[in-house]
Ligand binder design. Sequence first.
Ligand code: Z5A
Length: 205
Amino acid sequence: MPHAPLITFEGVEGAGKTTLAHHLAEWLRAQGVPVRLTREPGGSALGAHLRPILLREPLDAWAELFLFLADRRQHTLQVILPAREQGVWVLCDRYADSTLVYQGYGRGLDIPLIRRLNAIATDNLAPDLTVLLDLPVEDALARADAPNRFEAETLAFHNRIRAGYLELARTEPNRFLVLDGLQPLEVLKASLEQAVQERFLDAGK
Ligand code: Z5A
């Protein structure tokens, strides 16, 4: 039996990832699809300890990278892989692409090295679909409900994040679904439902 899909949500802070991930979970459950909604950082028991450190404490860039990777490895092995093996779809608010763009494009750490470390942290697991909500960073940051230490970064930092995501999406057009995050929520929800219907639900009939 093929594994259940892993769908990840990415974008700058305040882009609307959490809102859309929750919507997709509800929409799938209403159709009888079993779903595990999770997030990074913080999706595992270890992650619950790491999340406040990662969002609040001043950290050296490499220390920050290693903590995000530790969170991902534990989350992948304890939560994501077991769910998929049981036929449960996994919807994850941020995953390995966040490390590539924030620690790579944002902090300037070595991107090929981050790819290799991500491969270890994810046990070579790649999302079946990545939903990228793209919009100008000024608009996204104005929406963010729960500010964290990344919000204090310069606009240039957040623009590197946006550009990094768009570059990743260009190199993997089949994996990424890029949505215009400035569109009204109802339009975004309908686009996502249609994409998931066509890519996974109709394909499985
Ligand atoms: N990070 C990292 O550096 N490296 C890594 O490997 C990982 C993460 C995994 C985690 O922050 C931080 O860790 C993150 C990157 C870094 N920081 N930054 N920047 P987080 O998990 O606490 O938060 P977040 O993921 O960055 O963002 P968020 O504030 O939770 O935003 P969001 O989930 O994208 O947006 P939202 O909560 O769904 O929506 C925000 C508000 O906008 C809300 O009131 C919505 O009702 C509203 N909204 C949403 N969509 C729309 C539309 N379309 N129109 C109008 N209003 C909307």
